[in-house]
Design a protein around this ligand. Structure first.
Ligand SMILES: [Zn+2]
Ligand SMILES: [Zn+2]
Length: 393
């Protein structure tokens, strides 16, 4: 027997850890071919134990309906026949439950390169690969800044690099930008290194006394030891007017380059960093092309009708009425009629919008057989994202 579940708008299905009871989402039939073996939150290991309670209930309900119901019906007939109609068996089989709703929710998309597996999770400090169980510390995953270390007199040169790296999508930072003076300075440098995936040392001819950068170099070396291939030490020796700076002794165990031009220096940085810049794609305002997003969208856009219903309800009393009457139906928010076009297609779009809002848990059925709905907390948040002058076409 096969039971299928609806997925969220990105094709993900909820799963739940039997140990910590937290939910995550996966796509079946994509990524790793191995089964889920590890909870992404607590690291609990197990097989075939990841269905949510709602999914288990649904599967049991379907099983009763498919397997048990016909058997009972048969039994009922047999008893009736063999007793000549004297005895009956009343079979009261519960109707199969509705399949669980898969809301989009507020999840973060994570890809585990170790097993080529993509999951949706609520972001925590650390996560485990759901296939191989490898522990990932998010703090290190997010440490993608680039520390630009230099002497004060070289600030113009370094700023030039900073602006170009930013344009390429990197997150470079100069020690002086963000840091107070004095003892807090060292703490600032240390934190900066921790948030970075590499440190670039600009050694120019003005660079003679290595003592000046000693703290930064020491911290960078410490990061390199801790992070391994997730941190790069990049030393660039610039030659100006035949003059060049001295490579500090502490940096000598690491590779340094002597680029002839600034562009060559930039190439060295981009090549050496463990993170790579953005994929080349069309800008948003260019027409006549399609773009290829790197990841699936977090949630699909609401339809115009759904937006209008949600916005009207959220600015009104938070209630939505779905009224059915002879020869038609209407959706009303704050006494206002939403469906003005009686064309069946238009009506279907409005009702579809209402159903979509319910699926995303932006509105909740108040228990009047799908006639009255109330905007939920998530619904109000979503409504805030819709601009105030939003008008449906
Ligand atoms: Zn768990
Ligand atoms: Zn893995």
């Amino acid at each position: 027997m096969e039971v299928s579940f609806p997925t969220d708008s990105d094709g993900f299905l909820s799963q739940e850890c039997p140990s910590c009871e937290q939910q995550f989402k996966v796509v079946f039939g994509e990524g790793s071919e191995e089964p889920i073996s590890c909870c992404p939150y607590c690291g609990y290991t197990g097989r075939d134990c990841w269905y949510t309670q709602a999914q288990v209930d649904y599967m049991q309900g379907v099983a009763v309906d498919v397997v048990l119901a016909p058997e009972l019906k048969k039994l009922e007939r047999e008893i009736k026949q063999s007793s000549g109609g004297l005895f009956g068996l009343s079979t009261d089989i519960p109707k199969p439950p509705a399949s669980p709703i898969e809301a989009d929710g507020d999840f973060t998309l994570l890809h585990f390169p170790c097993c080529n597996e993509t999951v949706k999770v609520e972001k925590h400090q650390k996560h485990f690969c759901i296939i191989c169980g490898m522990e990932i510390r998010m703090e290190e995953t997010e440490a993608k800044k680039v520390f630009l270390s230099h002497k004060g007199v070289d600030k113009d040169l370094v700023k030039d690099f900073k602006q170009t790296l930013e344009l390429l999508g990197y997150d470079p930072w100069l020690d002086e930008d963000a840091m107070p003076a004095g003892t807090a300075l060292e703490r600032g440098i240390l934190q900066g290194m921790k948030d970075s995936c590499g440190a670039v040392f600009f050694i120019t001819s003005s660079f003679k006394d290595e003592g000046f950068l000693e703290t930064e170099i020491n911290y960078a070396i410490q990061e390199k030891r801790e992070k391994g291939d997730r941190f790069a030490i990049i030393t660039l020796q610039f030659v100006e007017d035949g003059q060049n700076g001295e490579i500090p002794g502490l940096l000598k165990p690491y590779v340094w380059k002597t680029p002839e031009t600034r562009l060559e220096a930039l190439r060295e940085i981009v090549r050496a960093l463990p993170v790579f810049p953005g994929v080349v794609d069309w800008r948003e305002d260019i027409t006549g092309v399609v773009t290829t997003p790197a990841a699936k969208s977090k949630s699909t856009e609401l339809s115009d009708e759904a937006k209008t219903i949600l916005k009207s309800a959220a600015t009104g009393d938070g209630r939505i009425m779905h009224v059915r009457y002879m020869g038609g139906e209407d959706i009303q928010c704050g006494g206002q009629q939403m469906i003005t076009d009686r064309d069946p297609r238009a009506v279907a779009r409005w009702v579809g919008g209402l159903e979509d809002l319910q699926r995303r848990r932006f509105i909740r059925d108040l228990g009047h057989k799908g006639e009255v709905f109330k905007v939920t907390r998530e619904g109000y948040e979503a409504a805030d994202d819709i601009s105030d002058d939003w008008v449906a076409k």
